[in-house]
Design a protein around this ligand. Structure first.
Ligand code: CP
Ligand code: NVA
Length: 313
């Protein structure tokens, strides 16, 4: 099937068909193989990327900046203390101006609406590098990592344990539901994923054949092919630390939980950064079953794939 993603934004994976997501993952695999061979290309020559960060980042910033820059593109890092972003100038006007100077915009921040407004008024592709609601480029790297370990991922089962209503959990549910990967979100009821999203994801799962479940029972990890966790306190929620530690302490991923899957080959995933000793123990994340470091590397290859598909004809 031949189709083009040229000119598209990536605000949420809900906007992408399963075929389009598979196309991006295939391209990312090709980019990774080329990079391992040391192939040097200049596919972003003459292009510019505005990288707006309201929240901190190591992986996302470095992935966008190196992927774009090493291929001849010119990335510009803009923290909110550097530019007007709704302060003194409306967001719409900032978007209009950035659209005149940049080929594309990466946005990491709080509101999903900010990413949507940037896309609407800039007229150039906008990439969501994490909002309170979604983390789509992370989910692409997660699926590439699953494919590297299992080949065909359809029918495999991933259990996400922890804060079930955060950006990472939401985007994982979407991508898995689209690609036919079974997902169980294991979380206390207070942190269940958004209802509205669950409805959308269940409709997608009906088409792909994926099973999507939400439970507070930690024993649901039985037979899982992958266990995934994320921080208990996401950026912007620092005041909830005490409450989260209380709620999520029974949901730590440790060696005992890995063993509960009943499978020696179960892999461990984490989007990073990790708080070792909270959501995961050091022996698990630093151990033989962990693929967290491959996942981090895959951020770069998948992000390059998104930019290539949407920016280069
Ligand atoms: N996983 C991830 O998004 O990492 P950063 O916050 O370091 O970008
Ligand atoms: N849920 C985390 C993800 C960090 C990559 C956060 O939003 O802080």
């Amino acid at each position: 099937m031949s189709f083009s993603l040229f000119g598209r934004s990536l605000l949420t994976l809900l906007d992408f068909t399963p075929e389009e997501i598979k196309h991006l993952l295939k391209l990312a695999g090709k980019i990774k193989a080329e990079s391992k061979k040391g192939k040097v290309q200049k596919r972003f020559q003459g292009k510019t990327l505005a990288m707006i960060f309201e929240k901190r980042s190591t992986r996302t910033r470095c992935a966008f900046e190196t992927a774009f820059g090493e291929e001849g593109g010119y990335p510009v890092f803009l923290s909110t203390s550097d530019i007007q972003l709704g302060a003194k100038e409306s967001l719409e006007d900032t978007a209009r101006v950035l659209g005149r100077m940049f080929s594309a915009i990466q946005f990491r921040g709080f509101k999903q609406e900010t990413a949507e407004t940037l896309a609407k008024y800039s007229g150039v592709p906008v990439y969501n590098g994490l909002t309170d609601l979604y983390h789509p480029t992370q989910a692409l790297a997660d699926l590439l990592t699953l494919e590297e370990n299992f080949g065909d991922v359809r029918g495999k089962t991933l259990c996400y344990i922890g804060d079930g209503r955060n950006n990472v959990a939401h985007s994982l549910m979407i991508i898995c539901a689209k690609l036919g990967v079974n997902v169980t979100i294991i979380t206390p009821p207070e942190l269940n994923p958004e209802d509205d999203l669950c409805q959308k994801v269940n409709a997608l799962a009906k088409i792909s054949g994926a099973n999507i479940g939400v439970t507070s029972d930690i024993n649901a990890v039985k037979d899982a092919d992958a266990l995934y966790t994320d921080v208990w306190v996401s950026m912007g929620e620092e005041d909830k630390k005490e409450e989260r530690v209380k709620l999520l302490s029974p949901y730590q991923v440790n060696q005992k939980l890995m063993e509960k899957t009943g499978k020696k080959e179960t892999i461990f995933l984490h989007c990073l950064p990790a708080v070792k000793g909270e959501e995961v123990t050091a022996d698990v994340i630093d151990g033989a079953q962990s693929r967290a470091w491959d996942q981090a590397e895959n951020r770069k290859h998948t992000i390059k794939a998104v930019m290539l598909a949407t920016l280069v004809k």
